[in-house]
Design a protein around this ligand. Sequence first.
Ligand SMILES: Nc1nc2c(ncn2[C@@H]2O[C@H](COP(=O)(O)OP(=O)(O)OP(=O)(O)O)[C@@H](O)[C@H]2O)c(=O)[nH]1
Ligand SMILES: [Mg+2]
Length: 717
Amino acid sequence: MKSYNTECIRNVGIVGHGDTGKTQLVSSLLFTAGMTPRLGRVTEGSAITDWDEEEIARKISINSGLAFAEWPTPDRSDKIKVNLVDTPGYSMFINETKSSLIAADAALIVVDASAGVQVMTEKVWDYAAEYDQPRAFLLNGMDRDRSSFERSLGSLQQVFGRNVTPIELPILVGNGAGNGFRGVVDLVTMKALVYAPDGDGKARVEEIPAEMAEEAKAAHEALVEMVAEGDDALMQEFFDEGTLPVADLKKGLREAVLAKRIFPVLLGSALHNVGSDAILNFLAEIFPSPSVRGEVLGYPAASHHPDAMPIGRKISDREPVSIFTFKTIADPFAGRITYFKVVSGVVKNDVTLNNFQRNSQERLQHVQVMQGKTATEVNDLHAGDIGAVAKLRETTTGETLGDKSAPIFFPPARIPEPAITFAVEPKTRADEDRIGTAIHRILEEDLALRFGRDPQTKEFLLSGAGQQHIEVVVAKLRKRYHVEMTLKPPKVPYRETIRGKADAEGKHKKQTGGHGQFGVCRIKMEPLPRGSGIQFVDDVFGGAIPKNWIPSVEKGVRESAERGYLAGFPVTDFRVSLYDGKYHDVDSSDMAFKIAGSLAFRDALKQARPALLEPIMHVEVSAPEQYSGDLMGDLSSRRGRISGSESRSGGVTIQGQAPLSELLSYANDLISMTQGRGSYTMEFSHYDFAPSEIADKVIAAHKPHHASEEEGKSASA
Ligand SMILES: Nc1nc2c(ncn2[C@@H]2O[C@H](COP(=O)(O)OP(=O)(O)OP(=O)(O)O)[C@@H](O)[C@H]2O)c(=O)[nH]1
Ligand SMILES: [Mg+2]
């Protein structure tokens, strides 16, 4: 395998709403570039980047997939290596998209030409903007019956602004449906590109059809004007000549895209392989090479402080080696596979690098490039390239490795906290024994997943982005690791807090044989605003409790706050001030004061009018306009509050907030309400008091074992 220099590399994130054809597109591009002998198809389970068995079974992307196309350009003798990062579009798996898009230098946002902008279109736009990446759109599915170039373009411009500019126009026969989408007019070269449906993806170049000439000329001029706007010399040339030579137009477009002044729109049918070579030309010629995006910012490895001064690293072979890991695959047979981007320097096969986070050495045996699941070993990878390596000892996703002499730490993608928690139960004792190792591997792969144990019920808890996410994990556990788990109904992570103030004493005194135990503390407790957490204040004067026992009281308070009074949920948003106490020279101990702190806390909690908090989610629902009324009514009946709704190109997007407890079955309910045409996202927003009738039910269902409370009563009496 040839090795590619930085200037000959493009890293493109293929992103977009679910089911818009991203994975099919990647397979069609790979076939067009001659990378695969057959055109892989999602419907047949043969798409190159959906190779995981869960993906094949469900026909959706769950993981990001990696592939590359080698593609020639007119102005270079070498081919360009276009690395394609195919990402999931479903909201449940969108965290995976965010964490792998970080490796790209530009994003191709795939939009369904019959649906226009959808919920996840905006989300992935935001991710690309967060990473400061140039963006372009592909209106895919131009063969679909209900597709419309004008409507989709209108919806894109309405949401993302007038800088969304078509660089192609559709050539349609009849109404365009089925195979009536024949190709595109390339507004840069002003040629017609005509394709054989289900062919090799390469265009026959023709003159623009006469009936489109006028429309094409107007669109061409609009494009030229947009490009020239940012460049005085081009503007002058445009005024003098009335047009621009193709080479100048391309150069100007490249610069405008890089500067995020223009977001080009391309057209295609991934399914019928129409438009593919023009897309590859665009990715290779107009999208930037890694180096022209400038320096990558990192931090001195030693300092993880958020205010630390960043240091820049040029994407160049001449800089010290540094790589950033953006994905981990735990293969039960091949072991751990790590995807990484070479930020600087040249990574030679079998090199040993320093992991700056862990301060340990990792040997990169078998440096590879990926074509879906197929790995090919390479001798080296240059700055800006993307590759994979098997069997790193301890490195996981989001870490920086590099040359020991030049430490740097690239910030990882920020992934939100899980939205939902399920209790899972091992089917047998053997399953219980195996769960630990298996789940550990899956956690490494999936940054949006959490696993733990309920301190109260001892149940295993799995938290993730939604029910489907958790179901996929349970399926993986079964198929890959032969661990059988039963999924129980989802749990709402309620919290408890207080509404009033209290003053309490905790006294622990025991006289047994020799050494006694003695500790007394007095505390005040008061509520804090939502989101404050727990504050512990030392207000002890005159040594009523010696300094060294004060942390013991705090420990007692904090540990005790893990189980609330009402229903055993963690207590939060309060301040405890320790202001007095008593000690004994011989009998006082760390343990005695910890118990005293815990007793004082339990007593104060009871007095301070404990209350139940429930998580409130931010929800965004999109569906065809006709469902608007039903969806709003439904959200209100879920104790939801609607904060806005927007209509565009036949669709409506509704935003609002609702308690998580009312949304547990929303995924399924939405499907039946909208005949499967609605989609939604849900994100944790904040905690709020649960209304009393709800709180009463939750408390009744979670009757805590009152052991700790009994203990509290006897001791504080
Ligand atoms: N008619 C038509 N169907 C398409 C086109 N592209 C993809 N499809 C079909 O749309 C479905 C979804 O395609 P995928 O490539 O899996 O979509 P995706 O965007 O990768 O979906 P996620 O990864 O799950 O978000 C499949 O059944 C494809 O065959 C297209 O251009 N025209
Ligand atoms: Mg996909």
